[in-house]
Design a binder for this molecule. Structure first.
Ligand code: NAD
Length: 491
């Protein structure tokens, strides 16, 4: 029995204009479990029109009232987190243990921006002009398009959606064609929370037939995108034609840097969580392990020993530590990169092939894989694999570590493991990355800005400054002068 999902437009679940549906497959079992509406530009038009019609009422609602609705939505997310987590696992194969926590935690973003909605204050600006009042107002943009990837569909949507709604925008979302179901289950909560219809809309389908027309739609004022740098570049170019602002959260090839003076037990665990959690399918994966030469062999052996104990299997089981890779294409891509690493001369010291042991089920499983003797110029060190593949690179000293870490087009995140506080601070200053972790890895919060340097993106999500990504500033001038000046002279 498969479940059939329609678009969510203007508060209704509506069938696609094409009348067609495509399959959604469980990556662990390989079975088709859902059918998703195959959208096209006609559906995009309908969704943008619904969002545009809802914009007037939504922006005129007081920020306090918008905030209350977001807070109510946060409560409903918490009540439904187990169900939403289960849908995500069925669609993307990540561990239920992680996804159920994630779907619960994402409620905090709605609560945070719900609270922030009525705290975005303009300023009265003292100017050099006599008898004038000048102040700023922050105003919404109108319809914001959001395009999300398959790896954590609801959490990544939640990093942008509540900020945009709190700011007074209405939204059309296109989730990944591989993981659309959870966004549609989530859409049901909007009606229950009491949002006006059309404030939130979902159109499903692929990048070419839904994503591209959504980006190009004349009534879409901004695009907030999370995904690969390749799609991000195409979206950025298309948006630039119409001067539309973008927020781009893109890929990474983050260095996890271990100095000889680090607490090595903590570092081993941080390295494992950086690359093998979520089978390496996270933008912040610490996929380049930089190890100080003097501890290289001992440290790598400890990482191998811990990685070898990982229980691979059914993502719904609480014991499983490494689950499947989400899509057949991604599975092949990971295997191709393993071949590339071997052909480049890297040494495979763990894994390196599809997992076929106990708990494999015909789905797309890859063994946790580690390569040593990696040079930073190799493709396996420079390109995002988005799978459970770790490249180990040696460094000689602090300066060498910084040079290697920054010698890359990406700049999403970096980890540093050291017990020297001076070194820790120097490293946080030198590393070219939007997030730097010291003696920890993978921490994120609704309170703290997240985003990339270099090819990892444009703009920031989360934290109080991110709401400005969905607002535009208006400067208002009011004359208080009883006199009229010379109209032929600009003052
Ligand atoms: P992807 O770029 O292939 O697809 C992402 C979304 O963009 C999908 O919904 C897709 O349909 C759509 N799309 C593709 N081409 C498009 C186009 N030309 N116009 C409009 N829409 C288009 O990425 P993916 O494979 O789904 O996700 C993995 C990537 O996402 C990795 O590179 C990963 O690093 C990145 N990611 C980044 C972050 C972050 O916060 N920086 C978080 C998670 C994932």
């Amino acid at each position: 029995m498969t479940t059939r999902y329609n678009h969510y437009i203007g508060g209704e679940f509506t069938p696609p204009a094409s009348g067609k549906y495509f399959d959604s497959t469980n990556p662990y079992t390989g079975e088709v479990w859902a059918q998703i509406a195959e959208g096209n530009s006609e559906d995009v038009d309908r969704a943008v029109s619904a969002a545009r019609s809802a914009f007037g009422e939504w922006k005129r609602m007081t920020p306090t009232a918008r905030g209350k609705l977001l807070t109510r939505l946060a409560e409903l997310i918490e009540e439904n987190s187990a169900h939403l987590g289960e849908i995500e696992v069925r669609d993307n194969g990540k561990l239920y243990e992680e996804m159920s926590g994630q779907t619960r935690y994402m409620a905090e973003w709605y609560r945070y921006y719900g609270g922030l909605a009525d705290k975005v204050e303009g300023a009265v600006i003292p100017t050099d002009k006599a008898n004038t009042l000048n102040y700023t107002r922050y105003e919404p943009l109108s319809v914001v398009a959001m395009i999300t990837p398959w790896n954590s569909p609801l959490l990544l949507l939640s990093w942008k959606l509540p900020a945009a709604l709190a700011a007074g925008n209405t939204v059309v979302v296109k989730p990944s064609e591989f993981t659309s179901a959870s966004t549609l289950e989530f859409a049901k909560l909007f009606d229950e929370a009491g949002f006006p219809t059309g404030v939130f809309n979902v159109v499903t389908g692929d990048g070419r037939n839904v994503g591209a027309p959504l980006v190009a739609h004349p009534d879409v004022a901004k695009i907030a995108f999370t995904g690969s740098d390749v799609a991000g570049a195409a979206i950025n170019a298309a948006a630039a034609k119409d001067f539309k602002p973008v927020t781009l959260e893109l890929g990474g090839k983050s260095p996890n840097i271990v100095f000889a003076d680090a607490d090595l037990d903590a570092a081993v665990s941080g390295v494992i969580s950086g690359i093998f959690a979520a089978s390496g399918q996270t933008c912040i994966a610490g996929s380049r392990l930089l190890v100080e030469e003097s501890i290289h062999d001992e440290f790598v052996q400890r990482v191998i020993d811990m990685a070898r104990t990982a229980k691979i299997g059914d993502p719904m089981s609480r014991e499983t530590q490494v689950g499947p890779v989400t899509t057949p294409a991604q599975f092949q891509k990971v295997l191709d990169y393993i071949d590339i690493a071997k052909s480049e001369g890297a040494t495979p010291v763990l894994g390196g092939k599809p997992y076929e042991g106990e708990g494999s089920s015909g789905g797309q499983m890859v063994e946790p894989t580690i390569f040593t003797d990696v040079d930073n110029s190799m493709r396996i060190a420079q390109e995002e694999v988005f799978g459970p593949v770790l490249s180990v690179i040696k460094f000689t000293d602090e300066e060498d570590a910084v040079r290697i870490a920054n010698d890359i087009d990406f700049g999403l995140a970096a980890g540093v493991w050291t017990s020297d506080i001076g070194r820790a601070i120097r490293m946080t200053e030198e590393l070219e990355a939007g997030t730097v972790w010291v003696n920890t890895y993978r921490s994120v919060s609704f309170t703290s800005p997240f985003g990339g340097y270099k090819r990892s993106g444009i703009g920031r999500e989360s934290g109080s400054e991110a709401i400005k990504e969905f607002l535009q500033t208006k400067s208002v001038w009011i004359s208080t002068s009883p006199h009229r000046g010379n109209p032929f002279v600009l003052r």
